[in-house]
Each structure stands twice: as structure tokens, then as C-alpha cells.
Write a protein that binds this ligand. Structure first.
Ligand SMILES: *Cc1c(COP(=O)(O)O)cnc(C)c1O
Length: 348
């Protein structure tokens, strides 16, 4: 998280906006909190350039609960919905649709290539309720550079690990969601963007906390929303707008960081080797291996001693992963590269 935001949160924990209290201590029904929540929704819409046809919802239960809410609301028992499997999170979303009693159809998968790329050939159903994809694959280090333009149903997507990292092309989407904790702020908040016309097609009569209509009808205040997480996200969005200068600028910065690191990896003669195919590389999660597998453990251990923590690959795949989320600046990438060069010089 940006230091300026952390400092402001620390200061406002004792007195938020002259209330003499923190956001945590004020009723979510107070006019202050209500205003802060709607301002946050407006910030999201204006950063993303979303028009009146979109609504912003605040949910809980993480991205993982969206895996179930989507089929429950939009497919229903036996309802056909298409999925593209790019590994781990989309696999889980597919399985959740099965558990919910829908009839998910796998329209494409890169599993046979060990999920090293984003599929470009699809076998869509004739009329799926929606077409699901995960836009940035946190574990495999791949991302959709562009989205399918000719899908036979509205796209719905998991944007968790790249939300607000670039200008999102939502033109074909009915719904987009993101757990806040990857690229926005604190855990506990899931941001859901929903197109009003798509929301109209949702089924009725679901348990209330699983029903998108209930969130829409109550401005995401049917029950107590995660106010502290919304408040911190609000500050992050203002940082993005005022200190970074908006999403186009954020995208430029993120691309520069990724270019630097991939560029370095590619000229180490295979000592370090990116796991994703070049055209599918994620600028957010740079996953790579060391040609000498036995060096991966010392690489991570020594990195930690140098203050470079959190570089281990996801427990399901191992290897190394550098997550270049919004708040990480290019100096941090330079530090990582000097560590990698020194490690290679010693062990190459
Ligand atoms: C981390 C992650 C999830 C899981 O998020 P939770 O909020 O913990 O449920 C889902 N999708 C993607 C792409 C992720 O990176």
C-alpha cells in the first residue's frame, strides 16, 4: 500500500474528518459513512470511465463467494454457462458452478500446456447465460491482453489481481468483480461492477446475501458493509487519481516495471526463465524459475535476508513470483534486479 495512504489511515484512526472517532467506530447508517461509501462508488466509476449503465456493489466473502453468486444468480439449476480455464482461480470458479447445480461448459482451457498461455480458440455453447474468465492469473503469471469480442453471451470476469492496474475494456462485460486485497487495499471487501441490464436478468428468490438485486436495491447497505475496508480503498482510489494521475498513467507505470523485469529475465541466457509464454505474460505477477532448480530455495532465502520478501511462487506451483502491484514502485524492481544479478554472478 502507498505510504501516504497508510500514514493518513494512522492519523485518521484517532479523528476521522472532525468526528473525533475512526471510521470503525461510527454507525454505517451515519451520514458520514454513507457519504464516504457513495463517494467511493463514484471514484471507482470515474477512474474506470463507467457510465450510468453500471452500478458498483460492495460485497464480502472475497472473490471466492463470487464464484458461487454468479451461477446462482445468472445460470440457476441446469443453466448453461461457459468458462475458460486458465488455471487455479478459474478452475475453482468452474467447480463452484457445478456445486451450485448449474451446467458449466468448458469453452477453452490451457491445462494441456500447463496453463502457460491464454487460450485463443473457443468452443462456446450456442447460448450461454454468460462467459466466464479470469483476466489476470495470479498463480500462473498470465493475463488476457484483450478479451474475446465475439462471445455468444455477456462476459463476466474475475479482475482480482489486476483491478485498477490498467484501463479495463469492459465493453463486452455484464459483470466484473475483484477482491480488494490484491491490488486495491484491505481484505474483506469485494468490489462488483454490474451492468444494470445484466442485473435485470438475475434470478429471483435467492437467499438475500447471495442476491445481487438485494445489494442493488439497498445501495450495498442491506447489512453492515465492510466500512473500514471501503474507507481505505477510498483513499487508495484518491491516491490513484491525484498522486498517480489516473488509470492510463498507472498502466504506463505498471508496463514499465514489467518490461524492466521481463527484459532482464530474458537476457540471463536461461539462468532465470519466465514460465508464461511471451504473448500471455502478466505485468502484475511475474512468474519465473531458475534453470538449476536446486538454486530456487537459496535464491528465496537469501532474497529474504536482503529484505526482498514474498517472492515464493504460489504453493501449488512453486518457483518464484514477483508481484508488481500498483503500490510497488520501479525502484523496488531495480532492487530486485540487482539482487538477481548478484545471485547469478555468484551461482552462474
Ligand atoms: C486471490 C485471488 C482469488 C481469491 O480471492 P479471495 O478474495 O481470497 O476469495 C480469486 N481470484 C484471483 C484472480 C485471485 O488472485
Amino acid at each position: 500500500m502507498p505510504l501516504s495512504v497508510l500514514e493518513r489511515v494512522a492519523a485518521e484512526t484517532l479523528d476521522w474528518g472532525g468526528t473525533g472517532m475512526s471510521v470503525m467506530e461510527i454507525s454505517h447508517r451515519s451520514k458520514e459513512v454513507a457519504a464516504m461509501c457513495s463517494e467511493t462508488q463514484e471514484l471507482i466509476k470515474s477512474l474506470l470511465g463507467l457510465g450510468e449503465e453500471w452500478e458498483v456493489l460492495f460485497c464480502q466473502g472475497g472473490a471466492s463467494l463470487q464464484f458461487a453468486m454468479l451461477p446462482l444468480n445468472f445460470a440457476g439449476p441446469g443453466g448453461v454457462c461457459d468458462y475458460v480455464d486458465t488455471g487455479v482461480w478459474s478452475t475453482k470458479a468452474f467447480q463452484e458452478a457445478q456445486i451450485c447445480g448449474a451446467a458449466p461448459h468448458m469453452a477453452a482451457s490451457s491445462e494441456s500446456d500447463d496453463f502457460t498461455h491464454i487460450p485463443d480458440k473457443f468452443d462456446f455453447s450456442p447460448k450461454p447465460k454468460y462467459v466466464y474468465l479470469c483476466t489476470n492469473n495470479t498463480v500462473r503469471g498470465t493475463r488476457w491482453a484483450t478479451f474475446p469480442q465475439d462471445a455468444p453471451g455477456p462476459l463476466v470476469g474475475d479482475f482480482s489481481s489486476e483491478f485498477m492496474a490498467r484501463k479495463h475494456d469492459l465493453s463486452k462485460f455484464g459483470l466484473a468483480f475483484a477482491g480488494a486485497q490484491k491490488n486495491v487495499g484491505p481484505a474483506g471487501l469485494t468490489i462488483v461492477l454490474i451492468r444494470k441490464a445484466f442485473a435485470e436478468t438475475a434470478r429471483k428468490g435467492l437467499p438475500r446475501m447471495l442476491d445481487y438485486r438485494v445489494y442493488l436495491e439497498h445501495g450495498s447497505m442491506y447489512n453492515t458493509p465492510p466500512v473500514q475496508a471501503i474507507y481505505v480503498s477510498n483513499l487508495i482510489f484518491k491516491w490513484l487519481r491525484d498522486e498517480i494521475g489516473g488509470l492510463a498513467k498507472m498502466e504506463e507505470l505498471n508496463e514499465a516495471k514489467a518490461k524492466l523485469l521481463y527484459g532482464y529475465i530474458d537476457q540471463t541466457g536461461g539462468f532465470y526463465r519466465g514460465t508464461a509464454q511471451v504473448g500471455s505474460r502478466s505485468p502484475m505477477n511475474v512468474t519465473f524459475r531458475l534453470a538449476k532448480g536446486e538454486l530456487e530455495k537459496p535464491f528465496l532465502e537469501e532474497a529474504k535476508k536482503e529484505g526482498l520478501s514474498g517472492l515464493g511462487g504460489h504453493r501449488s506451483v512453486g518457483g518464484v513470483r514477483a508481484s508488481l502491484y500498483n503500490a510497488l514502485d520501479i525502484q523496488a524492481v531495480e532492487t530486485l534486479i540487482s539482487y538477481m544479478s548478484a545471485f547469478m554472478a555468484k551461482n552462474g
